[in-house]
Structures are given as structure tokens and as C-alpha cells.
Design a protein around this ligand. Structure first.
Ligand SMILES: NC(=O)c1ccc[n+]([C@@H]2O[C@H](COP(=O)([O-])OP(=O)(O)OC[C@H]3O[C@@H](n4cnc5c(N)ncnc54)[C@H](OP(=O)(O)O)[C@@H]3O)[C@@H](O)[C@H]2O)c1
Length: 260
């Protein structure tokens, strides 16, 4: 019960890593607001799982790129639960693969819009409340692609995740005096549906197998691996840690050239 009586808002919690974070936090005592974009039924499944654990849960539709809607979402969480202790900026996208020098304006706008601007919107809307309460944990899900380089045929993704790390460090510096910890997690490849846009099932499986060989631990990540790291950063066990990037990648040593 490391998050007993806490309230968490997890963006992109209908599936994948966000889902694992939401259910892990609930298991540790937190009530959870489950944000989703398009997948209402999946988000409701997650909320029902949380309710079955005896915690409170709400699902909230919002495109994190939409500043006004994010403001409403944060208001709805505070109205429902009275506070937000933990914000996890997990919502993120990749784009269908395109040649690095042929990346469209649409791709840049949307990938940076969701991954970077979306993270900023959620922090911008939640931080004043955290400042007022003198307590908060903000966890931004970046990527190994934000530390090394972006990956194959994804020009915008790596830069969006690198910018999230930069924002994390600056906000940690600015918000520390209010007892708000801001940290990032940089996962390596994790077994979710994120690669499915634009890649066939066989190609995705091949990527998983290739990347597993590049990790010291010989496997790709599972959503729970990232959720465990997020739990540590959300708990008071990490209260003296801020502005850090926790890499969760099974020991990868090919940051600059990695294909996925
Ligand atoms: N999987 C990996 O290998 C990996 C590695 C490094 C970093 N990451 C990062 O980890 C995070 C989660 O990735 P994942 O693999 O779990 O992805 P995923 O399985 O594709 O799930 C993405 C989640 O984000 C939500 N979402 C997408 N666009 C959104 C928007 N505009 N507003 C709000 N929510 C939105 C989706 O909601 P709907 O289902 O409702 O559409 C879904 O819940 C992302 O930030 C990703 O970049 C993933």
C-alpha cells in the first residue's frame, strides 16, 4: 500500500503501459483517473478492474493535445476525488513509418503535439493545484529514443521524447520548492500495441525478437516493468529524487543506432 489514499491521473491509461501503471497504482492504494483518447470500452475495463480492487476510478476522454479539454479533465478529477497527488504523462504516439527526410508537417505536428505539448498541457493544468497543496509527483514517460536517437523511420518521435526529458529537468528545478518531484522514465522497447500503426504483426514480432537480442537481459520489456518503476517514482520512497531519467530497457547498449 505504497500509494494509500493517493489520487493519480494517468494519461493514455486504456491500454499498454498506461493501463499497467493505472492498475498497479490502484493495487497500491491509489484512486485513479483513467484518461483515454478513443478507446472508451478499454478504458472502462481498466476502471472496472480498479473498482474491483476497492479503489475509486473514473474514465475521462481527452485528447492531451487539446489544452482546453485537458483543463476540463484536471477540473473533473479534482471535483471527483478532491485532489491530484500523482500525474503520469504516459499518452504518446508513433507515426506510420516514413523516410527520415520525407517526414510530413502533419507527422511533426501530431507527434510533438501529443508527446510533448500534451505532457506540457497536463502539467500546466495540474501543477497550480499541486503547488497550492505543497505536494505532487509528476512522472513523464519519455523513451530510450529521447536519450540516443529516434528510431527507424520516425523522425519526430525521438525529438519529442528528448524534449520531454529537457522539460522534466527544468520543471524539477522550478517546482522542487513546492515539494513536487518531477521525473521521467525512458523505456526501451515494451510489448504493447504502439508499433502496430503501420507495421504488420510479423514485422512487429521480428522487431521484438531483434531488440531482445540487443538487451543485456535478453528480452524486451513488459508494461509491468515500466509500471514498477513508475510506482517507485510515485511513492514517497523516492521523495529525494527529482529531475532524473530512469531508464527501463533491460540493458541496451545501442542507443545511437537502434532500429527500434
Ligand atoms: N511500447 C514501447 O516500446 C515504448 C517504449 C518507450 C516509450 N514508450 C512510451 O510509453 C507511452 C505508452 O506507450 P504504449 O506502448 O503503452 O502505447 P499504446 O499501447 O499505443 O497506448 C497508447 C495510449 O495513449 C493513448 N493516447 C494516444 N493518443 C492520445 C491522445 N492524443 N490523448 C490522450 N491519450 C492518447 C491511447 O488511448 P486510446 O487507446 O484511447 O486511443 C492509449 O491509451 C507512450 O508515451 C510511448 O511513447 C513506449
Amino acid at each position: 500500500m505504497r500509494l494509500k489514499d493517493k489520487v493519480s491521473l494517468v494519461t493514455g491509461a486504456s491500454r499498454g503501459i498506461g493501463r499497467a501503471i493505472a492498475t498497479t497504482f490502484a493495487r497500491e492504494g491509489s484512486d485513479v483517473a483513467v484518461n483515454y483518447y478513443q478507446n472508451k470500452a478499454k478504458a472502462e475495463e481498466v476502471a472496472n478492474e480498479i473498482l474491483a480492487m476497492g479503489r475509486r476510478a473514473v474514465t475521462i476522454q481527452a485528447d492531451v493535445m487539446d489544452k482546453e479539454r485537458v483543463g476540463e479533465m484536471v477540473g473533473e478529477v479534482i471535483k471527483e476525488f478532491g485532489k491530484i497527488d500523482v500525474l503520469v504523462n504516459n499518452a504518446g504516439i508513433v507515426w506510420k513509418p516514413s523516410k527520415l527526410l520525407e517526414t510530413s508537417e502533419e507527422e511533426w505536428d501530431r507527434v510533438l503535439g501529443v508527446n510533448l505539448l500534451g505532457t506540457y498541457h497536463c502539467i500546466q493544468a495540474s501543477a497550480p493545484h499541486m503547488i497550492e497543496r505543497g505536494y505532487g509527483k509528476i512522472i513523464n514517460i519519455s523513451s530510450l529514443a529521447g536519450i540516443g536517437t529516434t528510431f527507424l523511420e520516425q523522425a519526430a518521435y525521438g525529438p519529442s521524447k528528448a524534449a520531454v526529458i529537457n522539460l522534466t529537468k527544468r520543471l524539477a528545478y522550478e517546482l522542487g520548492k513546492y515539494n513536487i518531484n518531477v521525473n521521467a522514465i525512458a523505456p526501451g522497447l515494451v510489448r504493447t500495441e504502439i508499433l502496430s500503426s503501420g507495421m504488420s504483426e510479423a514485422e512487429v514480432e521480428r522487431s521484438f525478437q531483434e531488440v531482445a537480442k540487443l538487451a543485456a537481459l535478453g528480452r524486451v520489456g513488459e508494461p509491468q516493468d515500466v509500471a514498477n518503476a513508475a510506482l517507485f517514482l510515485a511513492s514517497d520512497e523516492s521523495s529525494f529524487i527529482t529531475g532524473q531519467v530512469l531508464v527501463v530497457d533491460g540493458g541496451r547498449f545501442n542507443f545511437l543506432s537502434h532500429s527500434v
